[in-house]
Write a protein that binds this ligand. Structure first.
Ligand code: PGA
Length: 252
């Protein structure tokens, strides 16, 4: 059985002081401990402080991006090794904001996935369609294309650790979440593709998250769906009460 995973994508929010306050509040709000895997992905500048603050807690640390090279003349970039040194266990890759505002391509995402797996950092690979593609009925084609390019030349070893996040771009930060039925339909198509690419047993172990305007009042609907193994939460994840409420929707 796939363990559910809920990841917090803080985006460009959170000073060190705010992050430490958040963790203290989250620990207070979820005293009995989460019933799933929980990953907090703060800005890079906060990772060091959160590595300490999260030690001994059930919450794991993730990053929002990284470069694929180990080191060198890449001004402003962060390598997989830097993240591994800070006990970063997950990294969000190919988020639509990276693709849209920083021209990140499928080829770059593919290189980043290989580099993360090499350092045993679990990639959370984001895929999803624009509103225009959605309305034109091109969702599955777009998502399948992104996944095929993401997986190119990756060896089967380690692949089962990959996590996918289906994030329709029109649902991100808009307050207009996809319906759970739509998300399930796409997640099921994603798993079918994974079966053909990686075999049934690997496809069955890979987790597929939904992301896009997830809140405490809709989280449970997504989590009930068969192929949805968790959530990638943006704006609702910076409020410890709301985030704890999302975590508490996992009951079993
Ligand atoms: P949102 O963002 O929850 O604010 O829609 C989700 C994401 O970008 O991962």
């Amino acid at each position: 059985m796939r363990e559910k995973l809920i990841a917090a994508n803080w985006k460009m929010n959170g000073t060190i002081a705010e992050a430490l306050q958040f963790i203290a509040a989250l620990k207070f709000e979820s005293k009995s401990g989460p019933r799933c895997e929980v990953v907090i992905c703060p800005p890079f500048t906060v990772l060091y402080a959160l590595d300490e603050a999260l030690s001994g807690s059930p919450f794991k640390l993730g990053a929002q991006n990284m470069h694929w090279e180990e080191k060198g003349a890449f001004t402003g970039e962060i390598s997989p090794e830097f993240l591994a040194e800070l006990n970063v266990r997950y990294v969000i890759l190919g988020h639509s904001e990276r693709r849209q505002y920083f021209s990140e391509t499928d080829e770059m995402v593919n290189k980043k996935i290989a580099a993360a797996l090499d350092k045993t950092i679990t990639p959370i690979v984001c895929v999803g369609e624009t509103l225009v593609e959605h309305e034109a009925g091109q969702t599955v084609t777009k998502v399948r294309g992104q996944m095929e390019k993401a997986l190119k030349n990756l060896s089967a070893a380690g692949m089962e650790h990959l996590v996918w996040a289906y994030e329709p771009i029109w649902a991100i930060g808009t307050g207009k979440n996809a319906t759970a039925q739509h998300a399930q339909k796409v997640a099921s198509e994603m798993r079918t593709l994974l079966e053909t690419k990686c075999g049934k047993s690997v496809a069955e172990t890979m987790r597929i998250l939904y992301g896009g305007s997830v809140k405490a009042n809709n989280a449970g609907d997504f989590l009930k769906e068969k192929d949805i193994d968790g959530l990638l939460v943006g704006s609702a994840s910076v409020d410890p009460k709301e985030f704890a409420a999302i975590l508490s929707t996992i009951t079993a």
